[in-house]
Design a protein around this ligand. Structure first.
Ligand SMILES: [Zn+2]
Length: 84
């Protein structure tokens, strides 16, 4: 998670300053990750982010998604067992 050192986070953690395009986002780190990864998932893409940074954050997002999906799948299977 070394990329976090490159990011200036305001005292208010909901406001993140993008050092690449100088925009300040009020949606927090989640919004910011999508901004840098240019997922365009309801968030504005960063026009200035470096390609390697973008790829790194995309990798983090994909990993997080996989973990979330696995957790969900695990929870659902447990629930099914309980209901049975
Ligand atoms: Zn940006």
């Amino acid at each position: 998670m070394g990329w976090q050192h490159d990011i200036n986070i305001d005292k208010n953690p909901r406001k993140v300053h993008c050092k690449y395009c100088q925009k300040i986002m009020s949606g927090g780190i989640f919004h910011f990750k999508h901004h840098l990864a240019c997922t365009r998932k309801d968030f504005e893409s960063c026009q200035q982010v470096l390609e390697n940074v973008k790829q790194m954050i995309l990798g983090v997002l994909v990993k997080n998604l996989e973990v979330t999906e696995k957790k969900k799948a695990h929870q659902y299977s447990e629930k099914d067992d309980d209901d049975d």
